[in-house]
Design a protein around this ligand. Structure first.
Ligand code: IMP
Ligand code: MG
Length: 176
């Protein structure tokens, strides 16, 4: 595996996307309270930056689901971590690193609806629409990318590369 240079999305550009997303969320929310539900582990960095840019009053919650082994989707999604707090009647913004097949998002959205969230929206830094298997809402998306495997800014390959400040393509053979 090779980490391609230059980065697909440099650190400064990521922060511009975060600021734009925060502004759009603030605009739509009209000051109403929000629950930011970050999907661990990948969305940790994004959620932390988004939280600091948002003017909307919000609390931060975490959930964790797993659908991947290596870079192939296994197709099955299990929820491993879920907030203990009551989500009934809450406006919830699901914060994801990347929308891929849509399976993780669909499972988490279902659970949020079961628990009575009054509104659910999806915010993802990255979107890979060409990989979608299940249709999901794309309320706030930072950037659409092709069918590439990317790492950095929270995104991993077998738990590596999360701490990179920029987002890079990871290639098996050679970089373009
Ligand atoms: P989905 O359920 O197929 O949409 O998978 C979503 C999850 O798969 C994301 O939250 C990521 O953790 C992981 N994932 C999908 N694409 C990539 C990628 O390009 N790099 C790293 N992780 C990815
Ligand atoms: Mg992963």
């Amino acid at each position: 595996m090779r980490l391609c240079e230059p980065p697909l999305i440099p650190a400064g550009t990521i922060q511009k996307h975060v600021a734009e997303l925060a502004a759009a969320i603030d605009r739509d929310g009209n000051g109403r309270d929000l629950v930011l539900m970050a999907v661990l582990k990948g969305a940790m960095y994004f959620a932390a930056d988004l939280s600091r840019q948002l003017k909307t009053p919000h609390r931060l919650e975490f959930c964790r689901a797993r659908s991947y082994s290596g870079n192939e989707s296994t197709g099955e999604v299990h929820i491993l971590v879920w907030p203990e707090t009551n989500l009934a009647g809450q406006r919830v913004l699901l914060v994801e690193d990347i929308l891929d097949t849509g399976r993780t998002t669909a499972v988490i959205l279902n659970r949020l609806k079961e628990e009575g969230a009054s509104e659910t929206r999806v915010c993802a830094l990255l979107n890979k629409p060409s990989r979608r298997v299940i249709p999901i809402p794309e309320d706030y998306v930072g950037r659409t990318i092709g069918n590439q495997f990317v790492v950095g800014y929270g995104l991993d390959y077998e738990e590596r590369y999360r701490g990179l400040g920029a987002i890079h393509v990871l290639e098996e053979d050679g970089c373009a």
